[in-house]
Design a protein around this ligand. Sequence first.
Ligand SMILES: [Mg+2]
Length: 239
Amino acid sequence: MQLTSAMTLMKRYRTLFFDLDNTLWDFTANSDEAFAILYGRYGLARHGIPLEKLLEVYHRHNDRMWEAYRQGQLDKETLRWKRFYLTFAELGVRDEALARRFEKDYLDTAKRMTRLVEGAREVLDRLHARYPLYLVTNGFNEVQFFKVRNSGLEAYFEKVITSEMAGALKPHPRFFAYALDEAGADVATTLMIGDDVASDIAGAAAAGLDTVLFNPHRRPHHGHPTYEITRLQELLTIV
Ligand SMILES: [Mg+2]
């Protein structure tokens, strides 16, 4: 754990905001598993597409298109099918119908996965007893609600607050203003915990919240989180 100033030691938080994907719900592992299942179901090996290559190309297109979506350059429907269309096209299969079908199957399969980030349940068990907890997430409503229920996270949280409800995506200040309002929380006593330097940390900091960057792979970054942790259990030494 890294403290950026002695003042932060004096802070007492009353409300905790958690990001969902790759902070509590192991998005990377769950998504990879869904891909492996669909890879077999769609017989993609027959097209000569190795699974590792599929994942590499998909992540590149997905990251780029999510960024465009965050910037408001793309609508949700286009993002959903086109990331798969571009992936398959790059791998030599230019087929919009296939991309649309794969996208539906992917979301439907991935949302059923239940793997959580190591330490998530233990930490939530402890914090749930002491703080009102809120999930603040950029995902699609129908997917995020299902994941939260299906993976047993729902009971820990007062509310799941999504970008669709807020009408703005993290890191937009409107998202955090909406979330604080929904939670009836005070900006000075609310702590945002997330794995994404741009949407979780910079966004929340700009809105005036203290932040915890969860950085399990110790990726270098240029963010300015109030705290930085590599294991979720370290949260218990902060709050
Ligand atoms: Mg995340």
